[in-house]
Design a binder for this molecule. Structure first.
Ligand SMILES: Nc1ncnc2c1ncn2[C@@H]1O[C@H](COP(=O)(O)OP(=O)(O)OP(=O)(O)O)[C@@H](O)[C@H]1O
Length: 218
């Protein structure tokens, strides 16, 4: 289970999350909705151990992270992958799509071109696209690369933060299908964050909502 417990986050004097608790079960899709600005992306970053909360804990399969960002143990961090809403802000513009997909494997010191190639095929990237750089492809094509990149190290949990909001319906359907297949094969747990209640109803086994009250002043 990926569990956030009693998470409180403040930006300056503003409390964005106030003792929020949320758990993602292995093998299931938890949908998380809530109004714009209520703190969904903030919670996603905390659960991926990329943002240190003011208080609260994140536990991955029974292990509570002792630190955040680089201070979280690497083997714990790579259990949780995050796909962002805006792929252009999530990639190095100098890299080709192949290099983007391969990044986590390269960083781990174990390049695996066969895995990169099979993930690229799964997400629907053709060989001609793989040699291009981000400015030469569409948002949908780039997001396909970001989904493949998120799966390279076989995370136990995948957080999709408004992953398909900027995409056309067919790319959205394809990427949701890829993630569902990954979940079925591996038993991974998915946190699907979206303000699109139709998408969450179709995709998630359970849904939860961060209330507007979370966005109050401290
Ligand atoms: N680094 C930051 N510094 C200060 N305020 C921030 C920071 N990041 C987010 N905020 C503010 O915190 C609030 C919650 O932001 P967050 O992105 O987590 O909400 P959200 O529910 O994901 O919103 P949306 O659905 O619009 O993406 C917003 O008011 C946002 O402006």
């Amino acid at each position: 289970m990926l569990e956030a417990r009693d998470i409180t986050v403040r930006y300056g004097s503003r409390t964005v999350l106030d003792r929020v608790t949320l758990a993602v079960e292995p093998g299931s899709v938890l949908g998380l909705g809530g109004p714009s600005g209520c703190g969904k992306s903030t919670l996603a970053r905390v659960m991926a151990m990329m943002l240190r909360p003011r208080s609260g804990t994140v536990t991955v399969d029974g292990r509570t992270t002792p630190g955040w960002r680089q201070r979280a143990p690497r083997d714990l961090r790579i259990r949780v992958a995050l796909v962002y809403q805006q792929p252009r802000l999530a990639v190095d513009p100098r890299l080709t799509l192949t290099e983007i997909v391969a990044e986590p494997l390269a960083a781990a010191g174990r390049p695996d071109p066969a895995r990169v190639s099979s993930l690229a095929t799964e997400v629907g990237l053709t060989p001609d696209l793989l040699t291009r750089k981000p400015h030469e492809v569409s948002d949908g094509q780039l997001q396909r690369a970001c989904v493949a990149r998120a799966l390279t190290l076989s995370p136990r949990y995948l957080i999709c933060d408004e992953m398909t909001t900027m995409l056309d319906a067919s790319t959205q359907a394809h990427l949701v299908a890829v993630i569902n297949a990954y979940r079925a094969q591996t038993g991974a747990g998915i946190l699907a964050i979206s303000h699109d209640t139709d998408l969450l109803t179709r995709w998630a086994d359970h849904t939860s909502s961060l209330g507007a009250a979370q966005a109050g002043e401290a």
